[in-house]
Design a protein around this ligand. Structure first.
Ligand SMILES: [Zn+2]
Length: 152
């Protein structure tokens, strides 16, 4: 009964830092982000800055976009997102196809196939697979170009 009620108005501050086990506080990114003119809110490890783990929230909500991440994992997630954007912008896959593809790639249920949930290990797999995919496409277009040149 209690759990059911909790689901809607989740209290995310009950999260624990996955790195040091400290409690997590909900606070402004002020002093953490170099530029916080967007007034981003974060869940930050209370051991910050000794422990550099935090996660931002979905805009306009108090819902974290994923699990707390340290600087290395944050950089990896950013790279994975950029590669996925590229894949979508090039029309290789739609957003939905991307998430299905991630789920297949890391062998996880679709509900878990979000970059924000991935740790370093799976994040690296997604990055590598994205690069492979983009490379394959590049070679495909290259060969097409050559073919077209020959035809002309
Ligand atoms: Zn921590």
């Amino acid at each position: 009964m209690k759990n059911k009620k909790k689901k809607k108005g989740m209290n995310y501050t009950s999260m624990k830092c996955p790195y040091c086990g400290s409690t997590v506080e909900y606070r402004s990114a002020e002093g953490i982000y170099k530029d916080n003119h967007k007034n981003v809110m974060l869940y930050v490890c209370t051991n910050y800055p000794e422990c550099d783990a935090y996660v931002r929230v979905h805009e306009g909500t108090n819902k974290p976009v994923g699990t707390l991440a340290n600087s290395k994992l944050r950089a990896m997630r950013l790279e994975a997102h950029k590669l996925l954007d590229k894949i979508q912008n090039k029309g290789i896959m739609t957003k939905n196809e991307c998430y299905q593809w991630i789920a297949n790639t890391i062998m996880a249920p679709l509900s878990q196939a979000h970059i924000g949930y991935l740790g370093e290990y799976y994040c690296q797999i997604v990055i590598d697979e994205c690069k492979k995919l983009l490379n394959r496409k590049r070679n495909f277009y290259k060969s097409k170009k050559i073919y077209q040149l020959k035809v002309v």
